[in-house]
Design a protein around this ligand. Structure first.
Ligand code: C2E
Ligand code: MG
Ligand code: MG
Ligand code: MG
Length: 279
């Protein structure tokens, strides 16, 4: 009997693994065709300054597939990374942002900087800076429209190579941000030797800020803001969901605010409303 139970549990385990692999494989197969079939799109989430004025957008990828419906990036970006598909998807993201901005400009709307999320594999490709340079050259937009969001884990490599790559991007007029700051373990001594412009405080610190027992989170956030400011960086808080969180961040000296309380990620047509001067 005990044997039977054991065997059954193995069968169950097997089945679970298999269905996961099939799902992965199905997503991979469908994802391979997503670009050519025009199934990828970008949503734009606003970022505002201390006065509530729009200072830019973050582009967030979405995948609308006939079979799978709307697939969240949390689900398909890891698969895109495992399969290398992220390289072409990442290049598409940059081009799509440029295309969207030209469309907005053609409608008489102002240009604001847009941030793209960069994956580790994309960033480690030797041709990455070249891809960015080509996108910028073809974009026909005024300098400074593109911001790249990197993560702390990408900053762990050989410091000299890393510095060179970041300096090259800076010289192209690209703004460099560290996304989800505080969740990785970037050494602080690294940080001041790299030409980073923006720190984005991770949403996990922001989430608990307005609770009465959030002493640790408040101290961490204050420390990040003061560190960043000493290094000449701009501080963005992500995941701001309440007026209370925004107020605490404002009091702590935070520069830029992003989150559902400010505005949700929106399809381009709706995001355009943020660009009108008399919003
Ligand atoms: P991220 O770059 O840290 O983006 C922030 C995520 O938090 C987004 O989820 C956004 O919709 C969500 N968010 C924004 N404000 C709030 C808030 O107030 N509360 C809560 N609970 N969530 C909020 P999303 O769009 O599902 O993207 C998830 C992650 O997928 C992103 O995290 C980013 O790492 C990745 N991603 C998205 N687009 C791209 C892309 O084009 N390329 C790459 N490589 N990764 C991307
Ligand atoms: Mg991001
Ligand atoms: Mg983030
Ligand atoms: Mg995040």
């Amino acid at each position: 009997r005990a044997k039977g139970t054991l065997r059954n549990s193995f069968q169950f385990f097997d089945a679970a693994i298999t269905s996961t692999s099939i799902e992965q494989l199905q997503i991979e197969t469908l994802l391979r065709r997503a670009i050519e079939r025009d199934e990828l799109l970008l949503h734009y989430q606003p970022k505002v300054d201390r006065a509530g004025k729009l200072v830019g957008f973050e582009a967030l990828i979405r995948w609308q597939n006939a079979e799978l419906g709307m697939v969240s990036p949390a689900r398909f970006i890891p698969i895109a990374e495992d399969t290398g598909l992220i390289i072409s998807i990442g290049a598409w993201v940059l081009q799509e942002i440029a295309r969207q901005m030209r469309e907005w400009r053609a409608q008489g709307l102002p240009i604001v900087p847009v941030a793209a999320n960069v994956s580790a594999l994309q960033f480690s490709q030797s041709g990455f800076v070249q891809t960015v340079a080509e996108t910028l050259a073809q974009a026909d937009l005024p300098l400074g429209w593109l911001e790249l969001e990197l993560t702390e884990s990408m900053l762990m490599g050989q410091i000299d190579d890393l510095r060179r790559q970041l300096i090259d991007l800076r010289q192209l007029g690209v703004t460099l941000a560290i996304d989800d700051f505080g969740t990785g373990y970037s050494s602080l001594s690294y940080l001041h030797r790299l030409p980073i412009n923006v720190l984005k405080i991770d949403r996990s610190f922001v989430a608990r800020l307005d609770q009465s027992d959030a002493m640790v989170e408040r101290s961490l956030v204050s420390a990040i803001i003061s560190l960043g400011h000493h290094l000449g960086m701009q501080i963005v808080a992500e995941g701001v969901e309440t007026v209370g969180q925004r107020q605490i961040l404002l009091d702590a000296g935070c520069d830029v605010f992003q989150g559902y309380y400010i505005g949700r990620p929106l399809p381009a047509e709706s995001a355009a409303a943020w660009l009108h001067p008399r919003r």
